[in-house]
Design a protein around this ligand. Structure first.
Ligand code: HAM
Length: 438
């Protein structure tokens, strides 16, 4: 028997509606903010990520899924930002529309050691706003992530905020840190001693106790922000306050990707354990230019869908649309099943039937398992009289109805005030609550 690769998951039919719901909520919210969907390829030239994320980043060093080919070296995308920026430049979108707002949903790949909430194939819901540098946009990007999480019924998350400043500020911060940490190099873990030379900012993020202790003694708040970056950060905070979004300043927050400048943020959830980031993002004002495009400020974020599903614990309010289940009694009558199903489907009524020659009892049980709203039963008697038996599965009541009135009768229910996806089939494991705070 073949088994799936460690760190990958089958998303089975009983769970896909949770995914569809999260995706539908995301699409709705992104469209409220006038973002448009973009679908770059999953495969890109590996060098795109090397240039964007930084040679010394953990992803480039250890986590890329590389595909060697006679044309060169490709990579399965480890994140979405680099591909979106590449597409923005390559398709001249900056010439056509200048400032652009994109969102994307889809799989990302990182060769990590699998554990709870850490997969090798996982999914992002992300967005990128490219072509503007104002702090209002940073606040709005954070507001979208907050809106999305609350629309998914997720609470208790924390938004951690910091500013790395511009490229010069980052260099100044790195130099100051290097100076201070070199004096304490003996207390750092072996990885951080290497980072001291090639990526000193990452030491702030190290999870090793001795390193955390050293880092906790550093005085970092706004340490190296130039006046412009200081003012920008101030405006981001004011923007969030104006929107009543709770955040926490986290001077030790750094991100694992080199492209960030100025605002960075991370959203954590206490129930996630060691991998507690639900999502993260920030500004990357130099990336578009570095990849060959214009000088365009940009900011975005990505949420990890598997982690969103891990923290949604309420019973789902959502299932598939109302199903009609047709039971025909006897082999002969099966023949009339297909045309009737066809007619119903063409009227937009979702329906299914018994393909296994079950008894009436067995077929009714199956209809119940499928969550059918109605069952139609046709036996010899009904056929003779030109009627069908319509059973309402919720009330258990059944009545005869003339075949020619069937569509009209069912359509009434389909056009009733209930939204089409209200019902109560829960996800198999992590249940996902419907929209609750929008
Ligand atoms: P990131 O922090 O690397 O940022 O990933 C964003 C989120 O993806 C994480 O907070 C986490 O929820 C989820 N995630 C990351 N790695 C894994 C994994 N191995 N298994 C499961 N979930 C994972 C980015 O990728 C940036 N591109 C975000 C961004 C967009 N910044 C600006 N624009």
């Amino acid at each position: 028997m073949f088994k799936k690769i460690a760190g990958t998951k089958d998303i089975l039919p009983q769970d896909t509606f949770c995914w569809q719901e999260i995706e539908a909520i995301s699409r709705r919210i992104f469209s409220l903010y006038n973002f448009q969907e973009i679908r770059p390829p999953l495969l890109e030239e590996a060098v795109l990520f090397n240039r964007s994320l930084g040679e010394s980043s953990e992803i480039i060093q250890k986590q890329m899924f590389l595909v060697k080919n006679k044309d060169g070296l490709y990579a399965l995308r480890p994140e979405g930002t680099a591909g979106v920026v590449r597409a923005y430049i390559e398709n001249n979108l900056y010439k056509k529309s200048g400032f652009s707002k994109f969102y994307y949903l889809g799989p990302m790949f990182r060769l990590e050691r699998p554990q709870k909430g850490r997969l090798r194939q996982f999914h992002h819901i992300g967005c990128e706003a490219i072509g503007a540098s104002g702090a209002v946009l940073d606040a709005e990007i954070i507001a979208i992530s907050d809106h999305l999480l609350s629309a998914c019924g997720i609470a208790e998350y924390k938004i951690k905020l910091n500013s790395l400043g511009c490229a010069k500020d980052k260099l100044a911060l790195s130099a100051a840190l290097r100076k201070e940490l070199t004096a304490q190099a003996g207390k750092l873990c072996p990885d951080c001693r290497v980072r001291l030379k090639n990526n000193v900012l990452r030491i702030l993020d190290c999870k090793v106790e001795s390193c955390k202790e050293v880092v906790s003694g550093l005085h970092l708040e706004g340490a190296c922000l130039c006046p412009e970056c200081g003012a920008h950060f101030q405006q981001v905070k004011q923007g969030l306050e104006a929107l009543s979004i709770n955040y926490e300043i986290s001077p030790r927050l750094v991100r694992g990707l080199d492209y960030y400048t100025r605002t960075i943020f991370e959203i954590t959830h206490p129930s996630l354990g060691a991998q507690d980031a639900l999502g993260a993002g920030g500004r990357y004002d130099n990336l578009v230019k570095e990849l060959g495009g214009p000088d365009a400020g940009a900011v975005g974020f990505a949420l990890g869908v598997e982690r969103l599903l891990l923290v949604t614990s309420h019973k789902s309010q959502v299932t598939s649309k109302k199903l009609v289940y047709l039971i025909t009694l006897g082999e002969e009558l099966k023949k009339c099943a297909l045309p009737l199903l066809n007619k119903l489907r063409k009227e937009g009524i979702a329906c299914d039937t018994d393909y296994e020659n079950k008894s009436l009892k067995g077929a009714l049980r199956r209809a119940n398992d499928l969550g059918a709203a109605f069952v139609l039963i046709i036996g010899e008697d009904e056929l003779q009289k030109g009627v069908v038996m319509l059973k309402d599965m919720e009330s258990g009541k059944q009545r005869e109805i003339r075949q020619e009135d069937l569509i009209r009768e069912l359509s009434k229910t389909y056009c009733s005030s209930e939204p089409e996806n209200l019902s109560s089939r829960p996800c198999s494991k992590n249940k996902f609550s419907g929209e609750s705070r929008t």
